[in-house]
Design a protein around this ligand. Structure first.
Ligand code: R5P
Length: 296
């Protein structure tokens, strides 16, 4: 017996996944007390195999609820507990950039490894730490990539597009998106000066008259895409669109991107957002036998 568990704010994605894998779905009941604490309610009897779907966009409260849900699930009968977290937060803080800075990636990874037997995600921001096994020590992690799905979406609309990654770390995604369709691709160099201040240096590629699609794993404030979009338009690109796996798009991100000249923003449904056009569900469903075969 097996069960997919999800929270109400991701019910639509969970429903699509449950249908694709043929599993029963139950939602975690949640009450938020006036002082901010959460009370969770799970099905009173759980089967041996439970998968919890929980994206960690806006992660701080969700991490507390995840800890409670995991502990509660085990008390209620789950013997094999897997987390499917389409967006895994805190992956970008993978080193102490200044003395004393806490390496959040390591500690969030350790916490998740203590709560879950296996952890699956999509396009985690792995850079200096390169595999999920390093993030989730002693446990089994799996990283799927939506880059080929975004590449197919772009190629179907703009078969001669130039795929451009806004920083050197994006080469892994831009390359995977471009290769199956023979799209030209390159990456920029980025220097972040602050949360909302980003400098992007374009590669030595002639963008004049080209349909440029900026592609990356995550857009948060959108300022990385803003800087890259301004650059390519200044250099004569015919159009600039954005394809991104995780559309966090906080605050005025979308407005700023459109103001910088971005035409379309295309994202996957890893994070629910109006820009979602590509679903990760078929990819998850295809990977499901491998996910279930992960060794705790
Ligand atoms: C980090 O390098 C990521 O790949 C993204 O480029 C970054 O997180 C985007 O952040 P923002 O949208 O705030 O510029």
């Amino acid at each position: 017996m097996s069960l997919l568990l999800a929270f109400d704010d991701e019910a639509a994605l969970a429903q699509r996944l449950a249908e694709a894998i043929g599993w029963a779905l139950a939602l975690v009941g949640r009450h938020r007390f006036p002082d901010g604490e959460s009370r969770l309610r799970l099905p009173p009897v759980l089967p041996d195999v439970v998968v919890l779907l929980r994206g960690l966009q806006q992660p701080n409260e969700k991490l507390t609820e995840l800890m409670l849900a995991a502990a509660g699930a085990r008390e209620l009968g789950a013997r094999r507990l897997t987390l499917v977290s389409p967006y895994l937060a805190y992956m970008r803080q993978d080193m102490a950039f200044t003395p004393g800075e806490v390496v959040s990636q390591r500690h969030v990874g350790h916490a998740l490894a203590a709560w879950f037997d296996a952890i699956v995600t999509v396009d985690p921001h792995l850079h200096r730490v390169s595999t999920m096994d390093e993030v989730v020590p002693g446990r089994r992690g799996m990283a799927l990539t939506a880059a080929p799905l975004l590449g197919a979406w772009v190629a179907a609309r703009l078969p001669h597009a130039l795929l451009l990654g806004p920083d050197e770390e994006s080469l892994q995604w831009v390359g995977a998106a471009a290769a199956p369709h023979g799209l030209d691709h390159a990456v920029c160099r980025k220097q972040r000066q602050g949360d909302h201040a980003v400098d992007v240096a374009l590669p030595a590629v002639d963008v004049r008259g080209r349909a440029v699609v900026l592609l990356d794993d995550v857009a948060s404030t959108g300022r990385t895409f803003v800087a890259a979009a301004r650059g390519v338009l200044q250099q004569g690109a015919a159009s600039v669109d954005v394809a991104v796996t995780h559309a966090l798009l906080v605050g005025d991100a979308l407005d700023q991107m459109h103001a910088a000249g971005v035409r379309h923003v295309w994202s996957t449904d890893s994070v629910p957002h109006p820009s979602n056009v590509v679903s990760i569900v078929p990819m998850l469903a295809q990977a499901w036998p491998s996910i279930m075969a992960l060794e705790p």
